[in-house]
Design a protein around this ligand. Structure first.
Ligand SMILES: Nc1ncnc2c1ncn2[C@@H]1O[C@H](COP(=O)(O)OP(=O)(O)OP(=O)(O)O)[C@@H](O)[C@H]1O
Length: 239
């Protein structure tokens, strides 16, 4: 039977008077890739930020395996095994690639485990090994995105949250990033990905949820959603 890694029930989030999430339900099976799609301002980033504890839920619950993590401290959530690669990447520009990766491993105390994490991310992103001593602010957009994903992987998370990994990147780099996400899944990491690039995302995803104005308007197997004419028209037309 499929194990549920993350279960979101009736999640509501308000920013002052703005109702960003109006009661959403999302289930994420262990080892799957789940895509959160939708227009700008729909609430996708808010959903990820609430899972990782950066935004507090007004109502509802977020369960990680059998543990209620709703409104838990973000550091604690990371320690439990959920890593977030944020939109805009938020890399430390003054630090080297290697130093950024070390920061990402902050929950790890075991040197051997940290070395294993370095090996893993260098395997996914060989360019980051080559650029270890380079100051992050001088990396290209694609390299920065790779560093953001790699940094989130340094904790060896059970669940990886990716916010718009393809944003602003050239098509070839986007393809490379999506290929690596598939590899990350193959090794057993569960992935929740927020994307504007709906078509490419559904191709690598198992399930998809469409968020519209703070509600889930559509959900299902990625292979079915990709065939849905309504969705194609609304979100895939420009891809
Ligand atoms: N810190 C904040 N304070 C006030 N309103 C916010 C804040 N963050 C987000 N919002 C609002 O909440 C709504 C959902 O935003 P969110 O960033 O989650 O959407 P999104 O689907 O990720 O959009 P995008 O694709 O443009 O990043 C939007 O109306 C946004 O303006």
């Amino acid at each position: 039977m499929r194990k549920t890694a993350l279960s979101i029930k009736d999640l509501k989030v308000n920013y002052g008077g703005i109702k960003a999430l109006k009661g959403i339900d999302i289930d994420v099976y262990e080892g799957s890739v789940v895509a959160l799609l939708g227009a700008n301002g729909a609430g996708k980033t808010t959903t990820l930020r609430t899972i990782s504890g950066l935004v507090h839920a007004a109502e509802g619950t977020i369960t990680y395996y059998d543990r209620d993590i709703t409104n838990m401290d973000p550091e604690k959530i990371t320690k439990l095994g959920i890593s977030h690669s944020p939109e805009g990447r938020q890399i430390f520009g003054d630090l080297t690639v290697e130093e950024n990766l070390k920061v990402g491993a902050f929950t790890q105390t075991d040197r051997k485990k940290i070395a294993e994490s370095f090996d893993r991310v260098h395997r996914y992103f060989p360019i980051l090994k080559e650029r270890s001593k380079q100051i992050a602010s001088t990396l290209s957009g694609g390299e920065l995105q790779m560093l953001a994903i790699a940094r989130a992987l340094m904790n060896n998370p059970k669940i990886l949250l990716l916010d718009e990994p393809s944003l602003g990147l050239a098509p070839l780099i986007v393809r490379e990033i999506f290929h690596i996400i598939k590899e990350i899944k193959k090794e057993g990491t569960t992935v929740v990905i927020v994307e504007q690039n709906a078509l490419q995302t559904l191709k690598i995803a198992d399930f998809g949820y469409v968020i519209e104005l703070g509600n889930i308007s559509m959900s299902g197997e990625a292979s079915e959603l990709i065939k849905n004419p309504k969705l194609m028209e609304a979100y895939l037309g420009s891809n």
